[in-house]
Design a protein around this ligand. Sequence first.
Ligand code: HEM
Length: 124
Amino acid sequence: MRGVALWFFASAVVYVTLGMLFGIWMSASHDHTLAPAHGHLNLVGWATMALFGVYYHVVPAAAQSPLAKVHFALSTLAVWFMFPGIILAIQGQTEILAIIGSFAALLSMLTFLFVVLRTRAALA
Ligand code: HEM
């Protein structure tokens, strides 16, 4: 694994490590209030980004496109805004970070859809 595929996969492993530590902290403190932030860090940060990494590894032609880097940037932005954003939203402080993170996640997935279809068309 190398390039964008590795960036996605390595980031995903970092996020799930943080997500697990956060889960252990929630369990130990018997305070599950922030469980949605933990769930999103693990599902958007780990599961989704690891899948992207596997795709770019299996389809190296897709990883060559500059759009793959845009896709990585958007996914990273999504996790970085969504995790603290959900915490702040649950605490009743502000929803703006969660909103930015959500739209970055959506844009990231639409970029991925475009990459998948364009690569498919180029290889067909
Ligand atoms: C060391 C590993 C982990 C620990 C200690 C842990 C702990 C927890 C705890 C205490 C809760 C709250 C449960 C409740 O209040 O009902 C929770 C919820 C959740 N966890 Fe984990 N977790 C771990 C790993 C993961 C992983 C790897 C994933 C996903 C790939 C994940 C996904 C979720 C989801 C989706 C929820 C529900 C969130 C919600 O209710 O909004 N967890 N976890």
